[in-house]
Design a protein around this ligand. Sequence first.
Ligand code: CA
Ligand code: CA
Ligand code: CA
Ligand code: CA
Ligand code: ZN
Length: 426
Amino acid sequence: MKESLINNKQIIIKWGSLMFLPRRKVSLRRKLAFWGILLLTFLVSLVMFSGWIDLIFNPSFSRMIGVKWDHYHFYGEIVKTLEEINEYCPSLSELFSIGTSHENRTIYCLRITDETVSAQKIKVLIVGYHHARERISAEVPLYFAVWLVQNYATNATVQQILKHTEIYFVVALNVDGFQTSIENPLQRKNSCPIDDDGDGLVDEDPPDDENGDGEIGILHYENGTFIRFEGVDDDGDGKRNEDWIGGVDLNRNYDFAWNLSDERHRNVSSNVFHGFSPFSEPETQAIKGLVEQVSFDYALSIHSGVKMVFYPWGYTEEPPADQETFEFLAGGLAEHAHAAYMQSSHFYKTYGDFVDWIYGKYGTLAFTVEVYGNSSAIRKVPGEIEGTYWEVGYFNYFNPPVEKIEAVCLEWKESFVWFLIEVMKR
Ligand SMILES: [Ca+2]
Ligand SMILES: [Ca+2]
Ligand SMILES: [Ca+2]
Ligand SMILES: [Ca+2]
Ligand SMILES: [Zn+2]
């Protein structure tokens, strides 16, 4: 112990004499050259390791991203967080518009990667919030994007991931849905104005929260037969709630097997109306534009309603050509978030959905990641008329209670990290 202390002291004295007690006079020119070289070395290393610029000049940048996970974020708050990431982490992120919604909101894409590494990288698309009522499906990708930039400086795994992958986040696609789903927690589709009942008026009679409990109840007879949705006859045509806001089911609007849809998908009032043509919607066009620009190797489409990972095909029971890879990656994604997984069509069939399209048209290995579901959130409340009941609780069917948002995001963060490390090996 003592010896090493002495040794250290001696070393310090030696260094001191080297630095402060020069044996001979150094000319000004030499001094300038010395400092010049030092400065040049510093600048060169700064350019070489400019991924660290954020850290050097702005060590607290991650704390400046002010997002908290104590509530469901409105779209304006999500955009603010994306802008903060873009502003405070310029060498890791790039924020750009990919389109504009029916109600004129900008749809953003945030690319996260180590921009100092110019080598060919694996390209991954993560798209959230196709469906308005699935609010957690925007929180999960937002959380993951924030987590990556906040942990880049100190986490070697994140550094490896961002060196070898480019992750494109479309945190929220159905950007008009935040407002419509607050007014109506059953809202699934986008806000494309459609005259559902052919009376010449558009979206004139959505359901209403008559009792002000924040829910839109569904009234049934005791035997389960549907009676009506909660709400008044806004336009006085004698029919209640016959023309909701919107819309098109964005996850049925992609141009793959779109035509195979059944009657339900062609009915404008249906919750899965697939649009009047494939890519009729500005939101799906925005994704199409992005996918035409960037050839993605992998894609994750985030949803909620059940806790499952699905892989193509959705339109047929036939297994996909890449079934083995799909099984492995879907299995791992699911396992790391304690979810189940299967081929999409084995759960139920879908036509014109995102993952079938991007896999079928571009060969991108794509997964529908359903991050949360709680069927026991649905409650029965006795109706005013005997023999009837209201069914309520849909918000918490699709979304965890506020205090569990972060836990759900954290669980899927683990899953995504596993996925990215795995695809880097392939
Ligand atoms: Ca109408
Ligand atoms: Ca209500
Ligand atoms: Ca009406
Ligand atoms: Ca109404
Ligand atoms: Zn969904």
